[in-house]
Design a protein around this ligand. Structure first.
Ligand code: ADP
Ligand code: MG
Length: 282
């Protein structure tokens, strides 16, 4: 089966009627309802909702009917064994992968068929698992890349400078990125993703391979962006100390679906969660 065979067929259902603004003053409790109803009905504090999200690579199902939701301003961690489908889920949300089936609602709008740059305009940004800093470009040249198509002139300069300062790299503007430490490169990538001024920032393994001190700096940074700018996060990370320090709530993915969701204390104490980490998949 070719990987094109699972390309999502354009469905005729995405009329994406505007959300009713009339209910703004009376925020509804965050009750369980259909995502479609949530998308077109009264607004709740749900920022992101996936509905039966399936991604197949050939005959292999990487995400299997995932209903995943994140509230405005929330700081969520996503954990699970290697191959559980974590990166796939975030790539579907940001739009670098298209789902085989299912829908994605963001801020009350069906974004399933939007291109990644349109999703960025709507407020979703991501730092990918694979490094995307260009070693032979300077820090400033790298920092400019993501912003280029979204801002220009003074506004672009302001955001580039902020991204660099925020990454702790003021004074390194003209340095070749390849000479930065791995921790500095991760900081630069987070700055580049944050410079798009998202409401939802997806970070795929932002502290993998970093020292304890570098991890602490990134934990601080994420918490600052969350508290001061109100940015909601989904952070993929395995280290439970790091997760415990930053997360409001933890989602455990296993074999392409949500296995558990709750506070880190509950997740850590759950024998079934321990079992999936110890069993076979790594
Ligand atoms: P995680 O991030 O949880 O480690 P991934 O989402 O990267 O897992 O991958 C989930 C599963 O999907 C893995 O078995 C992986 O091999 C498979 N997979 C991911 N991307 C592709 C792809 N482009 N083609 C084929 N299989 C893929
Ligand atoms: Mg991954």
């Amino acid at each position: 089966m070719s990987s094109d065979a699972d390309r999502r067929e354009a469905s005729g259902s995405g009329d994406g009627g505007p959300a009713s603004d009339t209910a703004d003053e009376g925020l509804q409790p965050n009750v369980r309802e259909t995502p479609a109803g949530r998308a077109t009905g009264p607004r709740t504090d749900t920022l992101l909702q996936t509905d039966d999200l399936v991604k197949r690579f050939g005959g292999f199902t990487a995400t299997d009917s995932i209903d995943f939701s994140v509230d405005e301003g929330e700081l969520r961690c996503l954990i699970g064994p290697n191959g559980a489908g974590k990166s796939t889920l975030l790539n579907l949300v940001v739009g670098t992968l298209s789902p085989s089936e299912g829908s994605i609602y963001y801020d009350g709008q069906d974004v399933t068929d939007l291109e990644p740059n349109e999703r960025v305009r709507n407020g979703i940004s991501m730092k990918f698992q694979v490094p995307s800093v260009y070693g032979d470009l300077s820090v400033r040249e790298n920092a400019r890349l993501p912003i280029q198509q979204f801002a220009d002139g003074e506004e672009r300069r302001r955001r580039v400078d902020e991204a660099i300062a925020d990454a702790g790299l003021a004074g390194y503007e003209d340095v070749e990125a390849s000479t930065l430490s791995h921790g500095q490169q991760q900081q630069l990538e987070i700055g580049m993703a944050a410079s798009l001024e998202p409401d939802l920032l997806l970070l795929d393994e932002p502290v993998a391979g970093l020292s304890v001190d570098e991890r602490a700096e990134i934990a601080d940074r994420i918490q600052r962006l969350n508290r001061e700018e109100g940015i909601a996060f989904v952070v993929i990370e395995h280290d439970t100390d790091f997760v415990g320090e930053i997360a409001d709530k933890v989602t455990v993915l296993h074999q392409g679906d949500i296995f558990r969701e709750g506070p880190i204390e509950e997740i850590e104490a759950d024998p079934e969660v321990r079992r999936i980490y110890l069993g076979g998949e790594q």
